[in-house]
Design a protein around this ligand. Structure first.
Ligand code: COA
Length: 331
């Protein structure tokens, strides 16, 4: 029997219209465009201003973009995974609502949370369902409304994060294209370096937690940076060596967009020139679960069937990893 591999057959995206520029941030906290640009590579980030709209709003828009472009019938979707660190609410799942709103009435769905590695880990999950032979269309959406957990008086975080969503459809492939290999890791040593402390079971919402601003994301940037640089570079290199790929065999590096210096360090370790590295951090900042699918959507027209893509991500937890995927279509 021919082996079933899990390939990405379509992508879609959504980013809110409002662009929060470095210049505007200068009026909010003690920072400047030069510092942000040189330390992170970010020039602006998109913000979903509507107070009554959550992550699902963007997830739905990204999924609808994919459905429209690929002309699929949403009734054929078997499963919807929403990778997110900012679900609409703790319970019920953002994915269940999203699936219903896009007309995926025959699908089951759930959320997946691994901070900035959510989409990468979701690629692994989606692929297993496809490879099993039981499911034919798995929709993986990475979406985050980071502005809902940002303290806009904290210059260590407010300059970095933005809102957005991207979607990818996974389908069976009989030509050997799609996901080839993965190496995924986690380590609870990172728990306190990057977190939203309150609002969960360890510190439920209270007057005290609100007063202390514990529902906002906090990070020890320097520590996270060090772990991210070495981890993303290590796993990317591992993907090449254990699949006998030289740097010339790699067509694209698809790195999580947290900081341009982390992206460059990863690319340098595997010897890739900048033209093979997908980057859109200058436009969107770090959109957490949405960075990888937003890259795919932005670079879709440059991707060719058979291209070798190396995905790499690092996030809170800590969580990190790399995936080797062969692109399956020309757009
Ligand atoms: N504007 C201006 N100055 C700032 C600043 C800002 N927004 N934020 C920090 N600084 C200052 C610091 O106070 C410090 O000043 P000091 O030397 O007088 O104490 C100086 O700049 C350097 O701070 P540091 O934290 O060492 O900067 P950095 O080079 O590590 O850059 C980050 C900070 C947050 C951009 C960087 O650490 C980073 O990207 N970390 C990883 C974040 C990440 O990836 N998070 C998501 C995980 S997926």
């Amino acid at each position: 029997m021919t082996k079933i591999t899990a390939a990405i057959s379509a992508v879609g995206k959504f980013v809110p219209e409002y662009a929060l520029t470095n210049k505007e941030l200068e009026t909010m906290v003690d920072t400047n465009d030069e510092w942000i640009t040189s330390r992170t590579g970010i020039k602006e980030r998109r913000i979903l201003k509507d107070k009554d709209k959550g992550t699902s709003y963007m997830a739905i828009k990204a999924a609808q973009d994919l459905i429209k472009k690929s002309n699929i019938d949403p009734k054929e979707i078997d499963m919807v995974i929403v990778a997110t660190a900012t679900p609409d609410m703790l319970v019920a799942s953002t994915a269940a609502y999203t699936a219903t709103e896009i007309g995926a009435v025959n699908a089951f769905s759930y959320d997946l949370q691994a901070a900035c590695s959510s989409f990468l880990f979701g690629m692994s999950t989606a692929s297993r369902y496809i490879e099993s032979g039981r499911y034919k269309k798995v929709l993986l959406i990475g979406a985050d409304k980071m502005s809902s957990v940002i303290d806009y008086t904290d210059r260590a975080t407010c300059i970095i994060f933005g809102d957005g969503a991207g979607a990818a459809l996974f389908e069976p492939n009989l030509e050997g294209l799609g996901l080839q290999d993965e190496y995924l890791r986690s380590d609870g040593v990172g728990r306190n370096f990057l977190k939203i402390h309150a609002g969960g079971s360890i510190a439920p919402a209270s007057e005290e937690t609100i007063k202390n601003g514990e529902h906002f994301i906090t990070q020890e940037g320097r520590t996270v940076f060090k772990y991210a640089v070495s981890s993303m570079a290590d796993v990317s290199e591992k993907m090449l060596t254990r699949n006998n790929l030289s740097k010339d065999d790699v067509d694209w590096l698809v790195p999580h967009q947290a900081n341009n210096r982390i992206i460059e360090a990863t690319a340098n370790r595997v010897g890739l020139d900048s033209e093979k590295v997908m980057v859109n951090i200058h436009k969107y900042g770090n959109t957490t679960s949405a960075t990888l699918p937003l890259l795919l959507a932005d670079y879709e027209k440059d991707l060719k069937k058979g291209n070798n893509l190396i995905f790499a991500a690092f996030g809170g937890g800590f969580t990190w990893g790399a995936i080797y995927l062969k692109w399956a279509y020309n757009s």
